[in-house]
Design a protein around this ligand. Structure first.
Ligand SMILES: [Fe+2]
Length: 155
């Protein structure tokens, strides 16, 4: 099974996102090494590290999308949640004694590449333009409402 090789097609042009995507892809390639060498305990640990790092990355990405006022923030967030759920299920099965299999690896690889090349590239121009404009972060309506009715103490 070929490993993921970084290419321009995976580049969003947003430094923090590209850096995190690099790290995630590196972990996926390490996971593949673990499985191919039969180091299945290590594969379980790598899958856990990947799931945790992906969760942190999703939070960062979602914050950027929200602050930029990206209109498809919610569907994007739902995609992340679905991926993390699947990864967690694979990881829990590994913890319960099942071997991390090529099925888990194939899922993670396919999802990541498809998501970066599709949905992530789709938001890249929008978010980049917002960052480069120096505009204030967009505050979502529920936070504006919350702040209006329950202003922070001391303000
Ligand atoms: Fe994403």
């Amino acid at each position: 099974m070929p490993k993921i090789i970084w290419s321009d097609k995976l580049t969003t042009g947003i430094p923090s996102i590209d850096e995190q995507h690099h790290e995630l892809i590196e972990l996926i390639n390490i996971l593949q090494d673990n499985i191919e060498r039969g180091e299945l305990t290590l594969a379980g640990q790598t899958l856990q590290a990947l799931t945790e790092k992906k969760m942190a990355h999703c939070m960062h990405e979602e914050e950027l999308l929200c602050q930029s006022g990206f209109p498809f923030y919610k569907p994007h967030k739902r995609q992340h949640e679905s991926f993390v759920r699947e990864c967690t299920a694979f990881y829990q099965r590994a913890q319960a004694g099942e071997h991390v299999t090529y099925k888990a690896l194939a899922f993670v690889k396919l999802w990541m590449v498809k998501h970066i090349r599709g949905e992530d590239i789709d938001y890249a121009n929008f978010v980049r333009r917002h960052i480069e404009s120096g505009a204030e972060p967009v505050v979502p309506w529920h936070l504006r409402t919350l702040n209006r009715f329950f202003p922070k103490r001391g303000k």
